[in-house]
Unconditional design. Structure first.
Lengths: 184, 319
């Protein structure tokens, strides 16, 4: 295995600045007064949705509902990878019909998670529009999926890893890229 | 990760505590799926499951069928009556013929102890034991564990199984599962309905139901299996109720609130008082609800999984 190299992509201040920019971007792309809902993808997407909802509430002065989605059961690769332990609950606080739903995730890579999330959301209701907001877009798409709001773009190879840390789970906010560490 | 449980689920006796915990933990999020407006996820889409029931069953068969359908599997029900079994086909021939139609799993209930293992050793498809004779009924054991865990930690909890332990596969699966997860287990019933040497498993024996109630945190009341008793196990059903019935009067004297469980179907007024079955401490219907979630978890964990591919894909970045 080649030696790995770890790069800091976002430190704590850059992380906070990036989230704030994403919140403003979400607002700009959501026509007023359509009600919003933020849906975080388990695991770290859920924490990011909580943060974004708080920032949006501060900007708009009104509460923004947020939910959590575990897409494990909607994956298309059960045959290949075998069943995975489910990581967390799915919980949608409001009826999605007619709302603008924003899917929030930490890293956008192949696009397969987003495809699964779209399928799952369709079983819960019919939002008037679904947007995608990701903290990091690392390229490498296998499906025609693009994010509407991107915090940071970083080109990566298939052997690289992008690691997102959040205070709630990891004790610090940071994004790091590990070059050549992952399996190709 | 089919290695997590192996190919089949035949009983709890040979599972590790970690494997049992994995099933219970996996069942938690499946509870929520059954609360959705659209009670269906695509996890087992394209899988074919045969429910092969050689003995009568309502609850277990329907529970498995709901679990399969909520995971999007295709299901076929085969009952022994009305199938080639009545024409003298052997179990293995029946299963091989089903397999020739390219199925993925068989859920089987059979009157003979060991039938599930017999079948599992001879076919490629996964086999889930839905009750084999007096041997095991693992998914019932698991749903009982999940129901207890909903109310209190299993380790250290005192569970007494009351009634016809001798004929009960539910009792056996419960005893294995509870002991592995650190519960204290006792049985109580007429001597004629307790298996010889059951103490050797590490199980206490109470001769009087009053003592069992005074000791336990959870009472699991078993059905008196009158259809399996040809001769003289008990003097009469009335006598049984008088001596071993779990009644309101007996529970009122308990030093603490007990959780009351019953695997169903109940004989009201035989092993359990109607007022107890419908009372505030009864979790009998919670058991039924949990049954679907546990069976979804088992199906999900056994499904899919080419282990070599799984190994290769492990840790593969995929977002």
């Amino acid at each position: 295995m080649p030696p790995t190299e770890r790069q800091l992509l976002l430190d704590e201040r850059a992380f906070a600045r990036t989230l704030y920019r994403m919140a403003l971007d979400i607002l700009r792309q959501t026509p007023d007064p359509v009600p919003l809902v933020l849906i975080g993808i388990q695991r770290r997407g859920v924490e990011l949705a909580v943060r974004l909802a708080a920032l949006l509430a501060r900007e708009t002065g009104s509460e923004v509902p947020r939910g959590a989605l575990d897409i494990t059961l909607y994956r298309d690769d059960l045959e290949v990878v075998g069943p995975r332990p489910l990581v967390g609950p799915t919980h949608l606080p409001v009826n999605l019909d007619g709302r603008v739903a924003w899917i929030v995730d930490d890293v956008l890579f192949t696009g397969r998670t987003v495809r699964a999330a779209l399928d799952e959301l369709a079983d819960f209701g019919r939002p008037s529009r679904i947007g995608l907001a990701v903290l990091v877009d690392r390229g490498g798409r296998e499906l025609p999926v693009q994010a509407d709001v991107v915090g940071e773009r970083v080109p990566t190879g298939p052997g690289d890893k992008v690691e997102v840390f959040v205070k709630e789970l990891d004790g610090r906010d940071a994004v790091e890229v590990v070059r050549g560490g992952g399996r190709p | 990760m089919s290695g997590a449980l192996g190919k089949d689920l035949l009983g709890l006796e040979h599972l590790s505590a970690d494997q049992i915990r994995l099933i219970l933990d996996t069942a938690e999020p499946f509870k929520e799926v059954s609360e959705r407006a659209i009670k269906k996820v695509p996890a087992l889409r394209g899988k074919t499951i045969v429910n092969l029931f050689f003995e009568a069953s309502t609850r277990t068969r329907i529970s498995f069928e709901f679990a399969e359908k909520r995971l999007s599997a295709d299901t076929v029900n085969v009952a022994a009556s009305g199938s080639s079994v009545v024409k003298g086909e052997t179990l293995v021939d029946t299963a091989r013929n089903l397999e020739a139609m390219r199925i993925d799993m068989v859920v089987m209930r059979h009157g003979s102890s060991g039938a599930a293992k017999f079948l599992a050793d001879r076919i490629v498809s996964s086999v889930i034991n839905a009750g084999d004779g007096k041997h095991e009924h693992p998914t019932q054991g698991l749903l009982d564990l999940l129901t207890i865990r909903d109310h209190r930690p299993i380790a250290g909890t005192k569970v007494c199984i009351v009634g016809d332990v001798l004929h009960s596969r539910v009792a056996r699966s419960n005893i294995w599962g509870l002991l592995k997860l650190g519960a204290e287990v006792a049985v109580c019933g007429p001597q004629s309905l307790l298996p010889l040497g059951i103490e050797a498993l590490g199980v206490r024996v109470f001769r009087r139901v009053e003592e069992a109630i005074a000791w336990a945190d959870v009472i699991n009341v078993l059905r008196l299996q009158l259809e399996r008793m040809q001769t003289g196990y008990i003097p009469s059903v009335r006598e049984y109720y008088r001596v071993f019935g779990v009644t309101m009067e007996r529970l009122e004297r308990a030093p603490r609130d007990l959780l009351i469980m019953h695997p169903g179907p109940m004989n009201r007024g035989v092993e359990i008082d109607s007022r107890v079955a419908d009372g505030p401490h009864s979790v009998i219907l919670n058991q039924v609800t949990n049954g679907v979630a546990v069976r979804m978890a088992v199906l999900y964990l056994l499904a899919g999984g080419n282990p070599e591919l799984a190994e290769a894909a492990k840790g593969a970045p995929d977002r």
